[in-house]
Design a protein around this ligand. Structure first.
Ligand code: ADP
Length: 454
């Protein structure tokens, strides 16, 4: 470890998460340095940070993804730790390694852990070894011979899904319903993966027809102590992008959840995992199947914060700086229920981003209502970045109470000047299937199709 100041954190991100991290730093009495692009010069994070450094032009590849510039900013500002947020460099093992080599603390797991989890085949293998249930399918490199491939797919049972080992963001996947299409699907996905992820390795697993997306939040310190902090249901997705999340996942047997949660914590101990992490599962007919692990803070961490009563970002920073977690699993409770809506600047029909100036901005409030946002009246939504402008988070003593709170809050929230998906959220919050709880990952797309047809 260098003599650098461990009282200064460099925030290598933008938008609401930069502000979220900044607030956690403030609470911990840490100095914050925010890096930003030219387009984000006037952002709230830049305004509130102790120091702000411009790392390049608007395009993310030239600024937020510019590793050398971000590392240089850390050096000149004297920061001792780097928080990558989500997206951008947060799951880039090479960047984490460069941070480590510079003698800085990467606020996340070790770079080698990120590397293993970034390879979905290696991740699956690690999970199987730790006793975490996975989607049926081999966790090793596929054979080359067509016959062996066909035998493998038959053994899994059609439909199967071909996935890129290095894939992410819902890309690099292809469903195969029939043996006649298997070889072509494999070669197309392989080629796509080579181009998109620089890694042509693909693997096969069972394609589940009507699963829910349920995830387990974990937190581990640098001293071998790991906890699971409850479940989230993120099944409401459009094109594999999460739209509305909740904690806990409704209708899951508490004993089963505790069993899976404990397997996840155990996997962390076995891997020497450090920091916050999320185990993502598909859940079908009451069975959990691991699909991947995210080694960073997630957009939807807030619903867990509300139900666990913990500031996850503060804890993420504290364990990264070497603090011991004194919490015991028996101290972790799940109180009430929480929902989070991702409010995006987008066209309600086409879902195309709707950049521009926000002219009107009216936020909901009251007990159990939380807004995480970097936007406001007069804010220019940039075409360069993700279209999320706010997260509306509610908490209630029960799911029913949280739902009513969500409906009221969504009705109160008004945004003008740009288009948003607020109307979709209002519809969802009153939708019979969603209100009942436990819908599958295709539910939202089906709903949208029906809406378009009427
Ligand atoms: P990414 O890293 O690109 O997000 P994931 O492995 O998490 O990839 O999968 C993204 C989404 O694709 C899942 O949330 C689910 O909707 C779908 N999916 C992935 N694997 C399967 C599977 N075996 N069966 C059914 N759907 C799947």
């Amino acid at each position: 470890m260098s003599a650098r100041a461990l009282d200064t954190v460099l925030i290598a991100n933008r938008g609401e998460i930069a502000l979220r991290i900044l607030r956690a730093c403030r609470m911990l009495g840490l100095r914050s340095v925010v890096v930003h692009s030219e387009a984000d010069r006037d952002s709230a994070a830049v305004r509130h940070a102790d120091q702000a450094l411009c790392v390049g032009p608007a395009a993310a590849t030239a600024s937020y993804l510019n590793q050398a510039a971000v590392l240089f900013a850390a050096e000149v500002s004297g920061a001792g730790a780097v928080h990558p947020g989500y997206g951008f460099l947060s799951e880039n093992a090479e960047f984490a390694e460069r941070v480590e080599r510079a003698g800085l603390v990467f606020i996340g797991p070790r770079s080698e852990t990120i590397r293993v989890m970034g390879d979905k085949v290696a991740a699956k293998r690690a999970m199987r070894e730790a006793g975490v249930p996975c989607v049926p399918g081999p966790d090793e490199t596929l054979p080359d011979e067509p016959e062996a491939l066909h035998e493998l797919a038959e053994a899994i049972g059609y439909p199967v899904i071909v996935k890129a080992a290095g894939g992410g963001g819902g890309r690099g996947m292809r469903i195969v319903y029939d043996a006649a299409d298997l070889l072509e699907a494999l070669s197309i996905t392989r080629e796509e993966a080579r181009r998109a992820f620089g890694n042509p390795e693909v693997y096969l697993e069972k394609f589940l027809l009507h699963p829910r997306h349920i995830e387990i939040q974990v937190l581990a310190d640098h001293h071998g102590h790991a906890l699971w902090l409850g479940s989230r249901d993120c099944s409401l997705q459009r094109r594999h992008q999460k739209v509305l999340e909740e904690a806990p996942a409704p209708g899951i047997d508490a004993g089963l959840l505790a069993h899976i949660g404990e397997r996840c914590a155990q996997a962390c101990r076995m891997m020497g995992y450090r920091g916050l992490g999320t185990f993502e599962f598909l859940v079908e007919d009451g069975a959990f199947y691991f699909i991947e692990m995210n080694t960073r803070v997630q957009v939807e961490h807030c619903v867990t914060e509300m139900t666990a009563g913990l500031d996850l970002v503060q804890w993420q920073i504290r364990v990264a700086l070497g603090e011991r977690l004194h919490l015991l699993q028996s101290d972790v409770a799940c109180r009430g229920h929480s929902f989070e809506c991702r409010i995006n600047a987008e066209n309600p029909q086409s879902f195309a981003p709707s950049p521009g100036r926000i002219t009107g901005w009216s936020l909901p409030g009251g007990p159990g209502v939380r807004i995480d946002t970097h936007a406001g009246a007069g804010f220019d939504v940039s075409p360069y970045y993700d279209s999320m402008i706010a997260k509306l988070i509610v908490h209630g003593g029960t799911r029913a109470e949280a739902l009513v709170r969500l409906q009221i809050a969504l009705d109160e929230m008004q945004v003008s000047g740009i288009e948003t998906n607020l109307a979709l959220h209002r519809k969802l919050a009153r939708d019979a299937g969603f209100v009942a709880g436990g819908v599958d990952i295709h539910y939202l797309e089906r709903l949208l199709q029906q809406g378009a047809a009427t």
